[in-house]
Design a protein around this ligand. Structure first.
Ligand code: FRU
Length: 517
């Protein structure tokens, strides 16, 4: 709540200052993407501030990525939808601001859909065989009210027009936001999930045409009573290795996440077209990511017909310090896109995430070894001169008698980021206490952990990208996403083990191409 109050104060101060014209004329500048800490294969805006990914949708060969963006500066404000497109989810082309703020309201988070059959009547496609267009559904954040608006594009997302009949949904509330819309084929209708953020309540609507919405059900509060609910999503996911499917309700929570501040929780259950019913206990709350920096997720709508994946992406930050992270020119970025699935564990179904396979196209192998002691493999890493700031690493480790085993990454003089397994605590963790620049917020540094059942033998899949580390454990069973700000040149990679017997079953390291060159 404090965060939103801060945002609203900034809004009333900034809105009526002629920014509309500026925002409209703001065109993404080419950028070298080579400033200190600038990620090389993650999405970051060419300049200025970003937070949530918005409107992720695939249409006519392009993955669209919109995002909460301040075209005017490097802190939150003037919220507009920034825009980029990609043909592979990995290489992005920056486009001009898609939906700029209005003098009376900012453009908050939301979603986008392909209106295949022109249900809205807003598509003007002259092709008689394809009447489709793109429709975006976003929150118009007025000074003290939030309402859902739509905008449409008849030129593959390049230009957008606000619908003249806006708002399309309004419940006379100050915290009614983040509409996530999808087509529900069994009942041939659109479904929208939104939240009343402070009440921790989900509101579910449906519509025949994206313009007229009827409220069908509410869900919540559920779980602990902390924090706001933001950016909901309702998706159907396969259970790995079976023909089963379940509906998963995603709720972004601000604050109250395990690592502190913002985080992503989920529930698993049923959806009948009008109502979500959870099939899991209210407690413990299930979390998608155990690191400090993964929030405000958005899943791609309308994936290509031949692609059954459900892919999401999250904001790579935390509201505790999003406005003060130590980058200049730009601030904020996104995680690697991840494929979602459910996997059955002895205590029930859980969400698992894997980086999209397209990431593999960036690889250049740097190092490979198998079956050696920690000391042995460390010697080989050093002999090969393997180090880096932009790479991917896959390892399978056997802990033996070691109480802790793992990696020291981005190691340099007096700095290192630890990624390890602690057998005493049955945890996988990232410790960024000594990762480099942390002084900008007391909430930033720390050791963040997730429990795992079997610490005997573990697979770690790491992505390091100048100012970030993402850790996928045991094929996505646990994920920890962390920003780090080490001094340039802190590029050593080292294994370590506390106690005897830790072994490396296998280790591979790839340098990854920059996607901005
Ligand atoms: C989540 C959020 C959303 C809101 C947007 C405003 O990070 O607070 O609830 O729509 O950011 O920028």
């Amino acid at each position: 709540m404090a965060t939103i109050m801060k945002k609203i104060a900034l809004f009333s101060f900034l809105t009526f200052s002629g920014v509309l014209t500026l925002a409209l004329s703001a065109v993404a500048q080419p950028s070298s993407y080579d400033q200190p800490w600038r990620p090389q294969y993650h999405f970051t805006p060419p300049q200025n501030f970003m937070n949530d990914p918005n409107g992720t949708v695939f249409y006519k060969g392009e993955y669209h990525l919109f995002y909460q963006h301040n075209p005017e500066g490097n802190v939150w404000g003037h919220m507009s939808w920034g825009h980029a497109v990609s043909t592979d989810l990995v290489h992005w082309q920056n486009l001009p601001v898609a939906i700029p703020e209005d003098p009376n309201y900012m453009i908050y988070s939301g979603s986008a859909v392909v209106d295949k059959n022109n249900s809205s009547g807003l598509c003007k496609n002259p092709d008689p065989h394809d009447r489709s267009c793109l429709v975006a559904i976003y929150t118009a954040a007025f000074k003290d009210r939030q309402k859902q608006h739509i905008a449409f594009s008849n030129d593959r997302g390049r230009t957008w027009t606000n619908y003249s009949g806006n708002p399309v949904a309004d419940v006379d509330a100050p915290d009614f936001r983040d509409p996530n819309v999808f087509w529900y084929e069994p009942q041939h209708k659109w479904v929208m999930v939104t939240v009343l953020a402070d009440e921790r309540t989900l509101l579910l609507f449906d519509s025949p045409d994206l313009k007229h919405w009827t409220k069908r059900s509410t869900f919540g509060p559920s779980g602990d009573a902390a924090g706001q609910w933001e950016c909901p999503d309702l998706i159907e996911l396969p259970v790995e290795g079976t023909n089963e499917k379940r509906w998963v309700l995603i709720i972004n929570r601000n604050p109250g996440a395990p690592a502190g501040g913002t985080g992503v929780r989920y529930l698993i259950g049923k959806f009948d077209g009008t109502k979500f019913t959870s099939e899991i206990p209210d407690s413990p709350v299930l979390w998608a990511d155990w690191g400090k920096d993964f929030y405000a997720t958005n899943t791609w709508n309308d994936m290509p017909a031949t692609d059954s994946r459900r892919v999401w992406i999250g904001w790579f930050s935390n509201w505790q310090y999003a406005n003060v992270e130590p980058t200049v020119l730009w601030r904020g970025g996104l995680s690697v896109p991840r494929t979602l699935m459910l996997r059955r564990f002895h205590d029930g179904l859980r969400l698992v995430q894997k980086p999209v396979h397209e990431m593999e196209n960036l690889r250049h192998e740097k190092f490979r070894a198998a079956n050696g002691s920690v000391a042995d493999i460390n010697r080989r890493i050093a002999e090969a001169g393997t180090m880096g700031e932009v790479y991917e690493l896959e390892a399978e480790l056997e802990t033996g008698q070691a109480t802790e085993i793992g990696f020291r990454l981005r190691k340099g003089k007096d700095v290192e980021t630890l990624v390890g397994i602690n057998t005493t605590r049955s945890e996988v963790f990232v410790d960024k206490t000594r990762s480099g620049e942390t002084s900008f917020s007391k909430d930033f540094p720390g050791r963040h952990a997730a429990t795992i059942e079997n610490t005997g033998r573990i697979k770690l899949h790491l992505f390091v990208d100048r100012s970030s580390v993402e850790v996928f454990v045991n094929d996505g069973e646990r994920v920890l996403s962390e920003r780090i700000y080490p001094p340039a040149g802190s590029d050593q990679i080292e294994l370590y083990a506390n106690g005897a017997g830790g072994r490396v079953i296998s280790l591979a390291i790839w340098e990854l191409d920059s996607v901005w060159k």
